[in-house]
Design a binder for this molecule. Sequence first.
Ligand code: NAD
Length: 439
Amino acid sequence: MNQHSPEQPADIVPRLRATYRAGRTAPVDWRTAQLRRMREMLTEHGTDLADALHADLGKSSTEAFRTEIDFTVREIDHTLEHLDDWLCPEPAPVPAHIGEATAWTQYDPLGVVLVIAPWNYPVQLLLTPMIGALAAGNAVVAKPSEMAPATSLVLARLLPRFLDTDAVAVVEGGIPETTALLAERFDHIFYTGNGTVGRIVMTAAAQHLTPVTLELGGKSPVFVDRDADPTTVAARLARGKFLNAGQTCVAPDYVLTDPDTARALEPALTEAVRQLYGAEPAISPEYGRIVNERHFDRLSGLLDSGRVVVGGTTDRDRRYIAPTVLADVDPGAPVMQEEIFGPVLPIVTVPGLDEAIDFINDRDKPLALYAFTESADTRRRLAAETSSGGLGFGLPLAHLTVSDLPFGGVGESGMGNYHGRYSIETFSHRKAVLEKPLG
Ligand code: NAD
């Protein structure tokens, strides 16, 4: 443990559990006070967080505020506005054989919750689950990602200054610290990251029969129909793909389209990249960097998986990989084997929609599926005949900013979901209650 969290998990969890058992986290006033304090933290220290995000990921201040700080503030505001409604007990009709009685479901907090966050959106992906956990009346142990060390440090300093330290603890560190945490008994574990560690988390949770939410990743395909305007497609695709230098869990991973449309997309994507980052993305303040050398080397190794349409250049000292589009990519190429999680967009061709649907269904269920098409029938078929965490027509990434939609994966891309009222579902027990008068 470092200087900001000298306490060991074996001491932290019982301490937080005692707070929970004493009833401190239950009143809605306590919950909303925590959310308001978190909001103050974000507005007073937004610049500190943005600076840390720049140090870790080269995120521009605009991107840091839009995709992390303001995003989280919006989630807090949405929760504060609707929490009373979401927590309302729901009446259930009572069958005649019970006679006079009333029945309802009520949302009970779970207890002490562990939130483990990744490095790619290290503010948003730590705080948004915490918003749900606190709003549902739980105590929380928060574990930021050690791979975004500047952000982890700022969060570890700020959160205890703003939130109730008897009910919220931050544990910094990497595998040893997370392993020590996972040995403890939690009432829910919320993990965002990769499937390999997801399995470790789920195995550890099983020892205590602790439920888990696993927010994982995968290769999110983009189907482009021949009727879609290439300029519009390219502009929206490039914006979603190259945000955070492609290190976004729901980033479009690869394009599936017919050969003619692929050819039309090539110049359009080249122009879209130029519009976003200028002729030299390496000097654009808006374009991010790869998180570390290991990921830089992994991504550099994918650049010869196809013909370079745009980009293809790298600078290891600056962890820079140009926004890159690859054409003529074979489905067996290295870039098509695992989630790319970087600024490389391969275009794979298929004859048409039937083959695209087969291509998607032959692989792991993705976190997101996107499609650009004017055809309502194509949209209907994609919705009905494929399975993915989310489905976006005409605009990648946007579905996750709709607070009233559940965000989560299916199959290899994860289990469970959150955001808005779905966070209350995730971090609560829905208790069935029946009351029959004694008279
Ligand atoms: P990461 O390496 O930061 O790992 C996430 C967390 O797991 C960290 O807190 C880390 O300390 C912990 N961890 C790592 N190894 C561990 C081990 N052996 N035992 C216990 N804990 C361990 O993040 P990552 O996995 O590189 O993140 C990238 C992946 O996350 C991608 O697959 C991406 O798609 C996915 N992702 C999913 C979402 C989502 O919301 N579904 C969001 C962001 C990222």
